[in-house]
Structure formats: C-alpha cells, structure tokens
Ligand binder design. Structure first.
Ligand SMILES: Cc1ncc(C[n+]2csc(CCOP(=O)(O)OP(=O)(O)O)c2C)c(N)n1
Ligand SMILES: [Mg+2]
Length: 702
C-alpha cells in the first residue's frame, strides 16, 4: 500500500496545466490551443515538446506568457515575503527567464530527467508546478507540495523526474546523469537536463558528474546559468578560463557559450543539442550568459554591482525583449498583448488568493517517518553447506542480480578484478559488463548516480572500495539520499556496501568503521553482519528494502570465518538482533569482528556470558538485549572504533533507560582509544579491543 506521503505527492506534475478552484487541471487560457497536445501517458495537456519544435513565431506565443507568468508570480512572492506570508527567503530569478524558459520548453515532463535550481522559477511552471502549488510551497502552508517540510526553492516532483534540489550546489548533477543513464538502459529514449550556476561549476561534483556522463555516454546537457556572480563573488574570482563551456574539451565532449537572455536562442540550442545527442549519446556543456536583476536573495541589495553594470543588464532584461519580439513576429497589437498579460495577471491573482486562504501546517497531523514502507518480501530459499563471509557476499550479489533484472552493481574495480577484496569475483562473467560496472573514482558522484537511477525504477547496488571512502559522499548520502523520502515522498531504494574495520595493517585511512557517523543521518538504515549467514541475509534485506541501506562488511571476516548459510526466503525476518551464546551473569553486546572476539571471550570466561549483536544498527531494536540485561544485570559493550561517536554509548543509554533497576553495576564500554587507527601491527593490535581485553572488562564487572 502506498504510504500517506506517496499518495499525497502523486498529484503533482501537470505540464503547464493550471489548477482550477475545483482542483481540476485545465490548459491555461493564455496558450493558444494549437500549441498544446494531449499527453495520454500522463493525462494532461502538454506543450509541443521535443522532438517536435515550435516555429519561432509559435515559440514566442508560448514563451512570452509563460515568462510573464513567472515574472509576475515571483514578484508577488517577493512582496508576500516582505509582508511575512512567504517564509525563509526568496532567491529571485528575475533576469534569468530567458535561459530558464528556453531550456525547459523542449523537455517532456515525466520522461526527461531534470533537476532545477534556485533561479528556475519559470521552469518549474513549464515542467509541472502550477502557480498555486508554487505559492503554497513558498508560503510553507498545509498544501505545500513538500508538506512544508522543505523551503521555497527545494522542491520538484520526483515521480515526474523533476528531482527536488538540496542546497548543496553541484550535488544534483550526478542524479540527473544516473536517472538518465538508467532510464535509457531500460529502453527509454530520453534525455537529462542538469542545471548549474557559475558558482556551482566550481564544485567537485560538477566534474564528477560530467566525467561519469562522458564515460557512460549519457545524453545530458549540462546547462550553466552564468549570471556573472555567485552571491557577491564575480566570475573573475570564480574561474580562470575564458568560457566555462571551454571545459568541455577536458571531457571529450562539445561545449557552447550562448546568449542566455534570448529565450529563442536557448530553446534552439537545447533542441540542437538534443538532436546531436540522439545521434551520438554524450553529455555537452551549454553555457548560457544570463543576468540577475536583483541581489542573490531577498536580503541582498547587490551593492557590490555597479549602477552602470545594472543599467546595462536592465537593457538586456529578457522579458521586454521577448515581448518586443512577440509583437514583431506575430503582428499582435499593443492592445492584444496587454489583454494577454491581463489573463496571466488573473491567473496569478487567483492562485495567490487561494494560497493565502490555506491553513498553516498542523504538526500533529504529520507522520514523521523518514522511511518508506517496505512491503514484506518472500524470495527463493537458499542453502549452502559452508561458505566464507566473502563467499556469502558473492552469493548474495549473484542471487540478487539473477533474480532482479533491474539490479546493477557499480563500484571501483568490481568488474574483471572482482573488487579489492575479491568479493565480486566472477560476477561480470555471469551478468555481463552492463550490470557489473567499473566506475570512475568519485564516490560522491556515484552515490548521486545511484540515487538518480533509483528514481526511474533501477535497483542500484554500490560498493565503496573501503568504508573510509564513504566520507567522500557525506552530503550525497547523508543529506540527499537519506532525506529523499522525507522531502519528496518517493522511496530511494539502494544498497550500499562498505568493507570496513581494522586488523589488516592498513592504517588510518583504510581501517575505519563509521557506523556512528552514518546513524546521524535520519533516513538511512544500517546493518552490520558478522557471520556468512548474516552477511547473506543483510545484503538481501538491504537490497529489498525501499530505503538507502548501508551494509558494513568487516574486511577481516571476509576470508577468515566460515559457516553455513540457510535462508528461508523470508526477508522481513532478517531485521532483528542476533544472539550467539546463552548466559546468566553478563550481557556482552558487540559489533562486526568484535562479535567473534566476544564469542571467544565468552568461551574462555569463568562467567556465564550472553553475547548479542544488534545486527541492525539503525534503526536499532534493543528490546531483546534489554530482556537479556534484565536477566544478567550486567552490560558490557564492545566496539572496535574509538569510544567517542561509535554506537557503544547509544546501546548503553538505550538499554539503561529501560532497565536501570535491573543493573547490578554500571555498564561498561570496551573500545579503541580515540586516535586514528595506527599502522604497524604492534600499534594497531595494542589499540584494538580483543578477547583478552573483553575478559578483563567482564571481570571488572564482578
Ligand atoms: C556547496 C554550497 N556551498 C555554498 C552554498 C551557499 N550558496 C547558495 S547559492 C550560492 C551562490 C551560487 O552561485 P551560482 O552557482 O553562480 O548560482 P546563482 O545564485 O548565481 O544563480 C551560494 C554560495 C551552497 N548552496 N552550496
Ligand atoms: Mg551565478
């Protein structure tokens, strides 16, 4: 069953339809009917879109009223901000309409994959938002398309492939690449549109996304809205090449710099670029020289821009330019155009008036789940007499790829080489290079790529070569993927594998665990298996779940531990803590490789020890562990990472809050010291908890 949020958001994305008072969507009266088509796949009126092209005259008939609509509505939003009805701030797109109208008119809502920016107000109108929805979004009211969970510009409609942006500039580009790539892989002849500013073009992700798109021949125009400033920073302080489009050479693709104040030029260039991409799929850079006729946002008076400069820009204002052109090309009289404008004004008035009557959001009505519901999955049972942990990874991935045609495995050196720890060996031979894919070295871009792919029905699995490199993707995974469902109402299913942990003489940058870091981000799920059975189960559970799931795989266990695998096919049953020994005097909770140290300690200890592994680290269910502590009266937690910021303290506080009275002594944590993992084996093993240290810990409690 679709969740509350999913059904609520699914009504979005109606092309250029306008919502009437009764909730029905109708084609706006200001666009000549001959320029609209009925799109049966989405049941809404649609503009003539690519591969059809509007003639120049027809283009101006559509572009001008849309541009005017955008300008007037945005001006109203600014006024309402000043009066306190619009929350947050307003990043004004006035001056950028030539670019944003031109670039979005060819695109097909619900097919082409798009992510828009904070100066693309008009494009939202052209690609799916109604004026009423935009007004509600800006007001953050009860009818806001993001349920008032997100602010003014952070919206879109993921179900229609218009991905809602996060603040972190650059981070949406790789999603467009992943979504476009995956949809084309499923046989759809579609394109992407990745929009970025001159400032955002300096981010690492700009490079990562372009490079992935180029290597994987993904037809995405990277449209740079170059408005000469990033907030107050002029482009002379931003980059040192002549044109940003010149960077295309470095990616082996084409690049063009055009006049972004001329909507027809932008429209034609986007259509030409799509034509070229249809014949030879590849990304391209399209740099649109645009302008910003206000400050960066409502609070910025733009005093750093000279009067003369602003004067020059005003002469280039795309709105009067487009108006003149419409008059010239169509022969419409001044009176005709004024009438057209008054129809648009009417739309704006109605939308704003209606939005102003909407109630403020009511916190008590909100369901705050950050997780999408995952329907119970029963899949084929598996029985293997004996396997090592690394074999269990291989078996699980093979199982997933065999039974799920839309699953693909991506990562570094996972193809012919079989991944750094050989857990993917042979998968490329069995499933082919289009499903087991060696990727460029760019973890953040790759997580974005996987997130984008997840939105068009693909089922991505991504291997970080080492868990340590997952820190490269903190924003992409922790802020973008993790919050996706909360913001957009759309699940973001993806499995992320993190080979982690020390004991292999790999030093500070190849031995980390990071479970504490990742639980800080609401929306992620974490599993940490310790046996081949658990490894197999964790990977399947993470794959079939509809949320981003991280599976920590301890590297030391890959080829040192073996055991049977017997999986009955019931995936829901996987999500529970695991017990290894029964005992009556002390409960020991351990994670990852520490589970095996704890089991050895239990076997050698003179005390009766019950060893538990929470297994699902987030969201963690400690109920069975609480029951154990009620019985034993003692709690000792073992973690391999440093004491601060691991999950040991979380376990202790969760358990103690629930059974304080049962404790015979204070709980204890055995952890590494808070230092980077040292390199030399003598130093590393001095730091790592082990069986002996656990026995000492146990004895301290008696
Ligand atoms: C990674 C990141 N750093 C800082 C910011 C804060 N910030 C928001 S918009 C902006 C300016 C962006 O300039 P540009 O990319 O040229 O787009 P423009 O606002 O000019 O359209 C900055 C610095 C951010 N959103 N993301
Ligand atoms: Mg800029």
């Amino acid at each position: 069953m679709a969740s509350y949020l999913e059904t609520e958001v699914s009504h979005l994305g109606r092309g250029v339809a306008v919502q009437r008072g009764d909730g029905k969507f109708v084609q706006p009266s200001f666009i000549p009917p001959s320029l609209l088509r009925f799109d049966s796949s989405h049941g809404v009126p649609e503009l003539v879109r690519y591969p059809e092209r509007l003639s120049e005259e027809a283009f101006y008939h559509v572009a001008y009223p849309l541009m005017y609509l955008s300008r007037r509505l945005e001006e109203r939003m600014f006024e309402l901000f000043q009066k306190g009805y619009v929350k947050g701030t307003v990043t004004i797109s006035i001056g950028n309409e030539g670019t944003t109208v031109g670039m979005s008119m060819p695109l097909r809502p619900g097919r082409d994959v798009v992510s828009l920016l904070h100066r693309d107000f008009a494009a939202h109108l052209i690609l799916g938002s109604t004026p009423y929805q935009l007004a509600c979004q800006y007001m953050g009211n009860a009818e806001s398309p993001t349920h008032a969970r997100e602010g003014n510009v952070h919206h879109g409609d993921a179900s229609m492939r218009r991905f809602p942006m996060i603040s972190h500039l650059g981070k949406m580009l790789s999603l467009v690449v992943g979504g476009t790539w995956a949809a084309r892989r499923h046989g759809e002849e579609i394109f992407g549109l990745a929009v970025i500013g001159d400032g955002g073009s300096s981010t690492g992700e700009f490079h990562e996304a372009l490079n992935i798109a180029s290597v994987h021949k993904t037809p995405v125009p990277f449209l740079v809205e170059n408005n000469h400033y990033s907030f107050s920073t002029p482009t002379s302080m931003q980059y040192n090449c002549r044109h940003l489009a010149d960077r295309a050479t470095g990616y082996g693709i084409s690049g063009r710099t055009i006049d972004g104040t001329d909507a027809w030029t932008v429209y034609s260039a986007v259509c030409d670029t799509m034509d070229a991409m249809r014949d030879e799929p590849a990304p391209a850079i399209l740099e649109c020289m645009s302008i910003r006729l206000h400050g960066h946002a409502a609070y910025d008076k733009a005093e750093y821009i000279s009067k003369e400069q602003m004067q020059r820009w005003r002469q280039d204002d795309p709105l009067p330019k487009t108006r003149r052109k419409l008059q010239e090309i169509s022969g419409l009289s001044e009176q005709d155009i004024v009438e057209l404008e008054s129809v648009v004004e009417q739309e704006v008035r109605q939308a704003v008036a209606k939005a102003l009557t909407v109630a403020r959001p009511e916190p008590k009505k909100y369901r705050w789940s950050v997780y999408a519901n995952s329907p119970p999955v029963t899949t084929k049972p598996v029985k293997v007499a004996r396997a090592k942990n690394g074999d269990a990874v291989n078996l699980a991935l093979d199982y997933i790829l065999t039974n799920n045609p839309r699953a693909f495995l991506a990562g570094l050196d996972i193809g012919q080489y079989g991944s750094a720890f050989k857990t993917c060996k042979g998968l490329i031979d069995r499933h082919g290079p289009s499903r087991v894919i060696d990727m460029p070295l760019c973890e953040s871009g790759l997580v974005g790529f996987a997130l984008g792919a997840s939105q068009v029905g693909a089922q991505p699995i991504f291997e970080f070569q080492f868990a340590d490199f997952s820190t490269e993707a903190v924003s992409q995974l922790g802020l973008n993927a993790a919050t996706w469902y909360f913001r957009s109402g759309r699940p973001a299913p993806m499995l992320l594998r993190l080979p982690c942990g020390g004991g292999l003489t790999m030093g500070a940058f190849h031995s980390g665990e990071f479970e504490g870091l990742w639980t800080r981000f609401p929306g992620l799920k974490l599993l940490y298996p310790a046996t081949p059975q658990e490894t197999f189960e964790a990977l399947l559970a993470g794959f079939y779940d509809r949320n981003p799931c991280l599976v920590l795989e301890h590297k030391l266990l890959y080829w040192s531990k073996s055991g049977p695998i017997e999986f009955d096919g019931n995936v829901a049953n996987v999500w529970r803590p695991r017990r290894y020994t029964k005992g009556s005097e002390v409960t020991v909770v351990a994670f990852g490789a520490m589970v095996h140290e704890a089991i050895s300690a239990a076997a050698s200890s003179r005390r009766s020890v019950e060893v538990w592994n929470p297994f699902v680290l987030h969201p963690m269910d400690v109920a069975p562990i609480v029951e154990s502590v009620k019985k034993t009266g003692r709690l000792l937690v073992i973690q391999e990472c440093g004491a601060t910021g691991g999950l040991g303290h979380t376990v202790i506080s969760k358990v103690v809050c629930r059974c304080h009275d049962a404790l015979k002594c204070p709980p204890e944590l055995v952890a590494a010291p808070d230092v980077p993992v040292p390199f030399a084996p003598e130093l590393e093993s001095h730091c790592r908890p082990n069986k002996d240290k656990i026995i000492v810990g146990i004895e301290r409690m008696f």
